[in-house]
Design a protein around this ligand. Structure first.
Ligand SMILES: NC(=O)c1ccc[n+]([C@@H]2O[C@H](COP(=O)([O-])OP(=O)(O)OC[C@H]3O[C@@H](n4cnc5c(N)ncnc54)[C@H](O)[C@@H]3O)[C@@H](O)[C@H]2O)c1
Length: 280
């Protein structure tokens, strides 16, 4: 395993000395992405690979992360490996770390893109069961704690790295319940609460690990298009300043900024990719 040497930042007032495009390059970096096979996770992985980063795609076994890893590696000429993980279980995340260090020289980045949409995810608040609450919180919040603790501590002890966590618009504002009228969708309190925890944890770690050169930031996506029912898309357009849903590739572009040297002075930030949803 290679210990990272911290890149010296150029001390200059002359911008012509800077290769701005090179700041976005991820060549030689190894990035671990959880929830890698999901809607946004897939876009994250493709974007990282196009910027020449190596990847560990971590997702539950059923999602078959190895298959996607092979496709991404072949398409982009990078090294990519899949690993079946349950982020809510310490032993599973420990095994992920061992796997990463067996196959790669370093861990340079961690992106937490997992979430647990349980079978009864949309149960009304009044009936939400303990089991349902625990399952959502265990994956969303505890899962983020465990990956940050286990993989983040490794980065903190080995010269630094970047963490990007994914809270939600609903850790910034409450859901507008009118958005869901006439649709089968909703947003459970367990989701908002777990994402609020992710937000707080990320800010905590940004401060805690700043001196160890680990930058911890967040991306807040909103309404990422996934063949939604027509009524939902219409409602969404009515309440959104930009009058449309977003696309997963629009979220992934933001990730490259936060994972790369382009954001070298940014930590503890929550980059809202939400089309102005929370601005009014
Ligand atoms: N889609 C949106 O509009 C939106 C909006 C705001 C925030 N987000 C957040 O962005 C992230 C990605 O969203 P998405 O739409 O791609 O979600 P998704 O449901 O499509 O993907 C989530 C992935 O997490 C994986 N996963 C579930 N349980 C896991 C576990 N225990 N261990 C490891 N992986 C597990 C799933 O298999 C899946 O591949 C989530 O954290 C979500 O809360 C999404």
């Amino acid at each position: 395993m290679k210990r990272k040497t911290q890149k010296q930042l150029k001390r200059t007032t002359d911008p012509t000395q800077i290769d701005f495009k090179a700041k976005f390059d991820l060549s030689g970096k190894t990035i671990v992405v959880t929830g890698a096979c999901g809607l946004i996770g897939r876009a994250f992985c493709e974007a990282i690979a196009q910027f020449k980063g190596n990847l560990v795609l971590a997702d539950i076994e059923k999602a078959n992360p190895s298959e996607l890893a092979d496709q991404i590696a072949e398409r982009n000429g990078v090294k990519a490996k899949g690993f079946a993980v349950d982020v809510g279980k310490r032993s599973s995340v420990e095994a992920l770390k061992v796997f990463v260090l067996e196959h790669f020289d370093s861990i340079d980045g961690l992106v937490n893109g997992h979430q647990n949409k349980t079978n009864s995810f949309f149960e009304p608040f009044e009936q939400y069961s303990d089991e349902n609450w625990d399952a959502v919180v265990e994956t969303n919040l505890k899962g983020t704690f465990l990956t940050c603790q286990i993989l983040g501590s490794h980065m903190a002890g080995n010269g630094g790295g970047k963490i990007v966590n994914i809270p939600s618009t609903y850790s910034v504002v409450a859901p507008n319940q009118n958005l869901y009228k006439g649709t089968s969708l909703g947003c459970p309190a367990a989701y908002s609460a777990s994402k609020g925890g992710v937000d707080a944890l990320s800010r905590y770690l940004a401060s805690y690990w700043a001196e160890k050169n680990v930058r911890v930031n967040m991306i807040t996506p909103h309404g990422v298009w996934n063949n939604h029912e027509k009524q939902f898309e219409e409602n969404f357009a009515r309440f959104s300043p930009m009058q449309r849903l977003s696309y997963s590739h629009e979220v992934a572009s933001a990730l490259i900024y936060l994972l790369s040297d382009a954001s070298s002075y940014v930590t503890g930030d929550n980059l809202l990719v939400e089309g102005g949803w929370t601005v009014w």
